[in-house]
Design a protein around this ligand. Sequence first.
Ligand code: SF4
Length: 217
Amino acid sequence: MLSDTLVIHEIYASIQGESTFAGMPCTFVRTVGCDLRCVWCDTPQAFHGGTRLTRGEVLERALSFGTPLVELTGGEPLLQPGVLPLMRELCDAGRTVLLETGGHRDVSGVDPRVHKIVDLKAPGSGEVERNRLENLRYLTLRDELKFVLADRADYDWMRGIIATHALAAFGMTLLASPAFGLLDPRALVEWVLQDKLPVRVNLQLHKYVWGADAEGV
Ligand code: SF4
């Protein structure tokens, strides 16, 4: 079956770099392949190649690091059908499971125990047309919506989306991340304070620890 194997770029332990889990030890399962091309993408090395492993092998390696937290990331994890049962199995094994997804793939089949970190692509990404806004109805308070912002126009777009979809009233965590090297975090903080916007300014922690070339999470 297609879901019995996965093509994997890397499985490794690090600290979680983006989201409300930032700073916590985490095992990352980075899948291969993405059907977007965000202009500021920091993991193009995960677009191609990789190693095909059975789902059992991926599960065993992911559990072997012993971290309570395991994140599926990419590339785009939801391109591979084996990711859905793998996340179920990781939850069954007692792990707290995070899914980092580009927001353009259907998240309705994701195990409800998984914490979904879903991007909404701002215009500066070059992929704003690919946003799947239907995903919003499948998000719960367990999940987080992430906006990576390259400039003031992206910030204004985010503000409009939050207002149009009443996202603040829903109470879900909204992450606003300056695209590394493109938007000064201080400018973002000033805009958020001026507007009293209920977002969590989110820095890519791994970049500050390992430098600008560190892979995204
Ligand atoms: S969705 Fe993620 S992996 Fe895909 S191009 Fe955008 S930033 Fe890169």
